[in-house]
Design a protein around this ligand. Sequence first.
Ligand code: SF4
Ligand code: SF4
Ligand code: SF4
Length: 305
Amino acid sequence: MNTTAQQLDTTAIAPAVYATITDAICREAEKALESGAVAAVVGWQAGRRQGTAMPAIVTTPADTDKLIFSPACVNNLALYLSKAKKEIRARGKIAIVVKGCDLKALVGLMGENQLKRADIHVIGVVCPGVRGTSEPLAKKCRECTVHTPEGADVTVGTLPELPHFTPAESEELARLEAMTPAERWSFWKEHFARCIRCYACRQVCPFCYCEQCLCDRNRPQAVETTPRPAGNMAWHIVRAMHLAGRCAGCAECERACPMDIPLNLLNRKMAKELKELYGHEAGFEVKEKGPLAEYRENDDQSFIK
Ligand code: SF4
Ligand code: SF4
Ligand code: SF4
């Protein structure tokens, strides 16, 4: 077993919990590769700097001992099955290690016909939480409802008794909702003005898998491509609408943003609206279409003036 997982006591959760999961992931990965059931395992390995982790693709049983689970395993690996599908999936059946929030992305991708359930072997991790960008525990983990992934082929770990965490995401959303429409507009305008259009948020998102993004096109140009206020606003509206009803809430876009723009707050607001209006929640069942991709004659038309 790799000892890195044991050195990461940065959260309120005992490091031994992560170490036990690390052992179990290594065993499951080794078994799957040795039996020939899968051609590769997508998981996490220790990063180059102490206490960090990074995605890993392991193809031999001997290499499985490099896999870890630690509070630094923040990446949503579903990305490796949507964007890198040609390179990775050409190898054959793939095993993927997922936390509960990552599994929601896999479910969404299956609904969109980007993945077939039979083509993947899912190693689910009972996840106590991971680090945030500047906090010892990511905001999403403070009010997680998917610690134990449902529907994995094998699930490793046991949920320890967790301390009571003060919610952060729902408080942030309540503050946004308490604003007047004008205040909310200024709030987003100020945030989006900082956007440098690096597209890290798009690159890290498992659902932004279009081969050519509309926002990169300049012939004809739909969205101004330079980082100026009008183009930035258009880019963020396109992004939010494109992900509404699909976003798994993994918060990877927000983590990747170098300008500290609260992207997942916008995603969560959209998700809340869709739940209230259409009873829709992304990532819990394989559905071909979300509410914004479907027209029903009895849809509420009252917003059309
Ligand atoms: S949201 Fe839940 S499943 Fe996802 S990393 Fe946090 S604790 Fe783990
Ligand atoms: S929009 Fe952000 S939170 Fe939603 S699935 Fe993509 S990366 Fe995850
Ligand atoms: S990652 Fe941040 S700065 Fe980069 S395009 Fe996305 S919102 Fe803009």
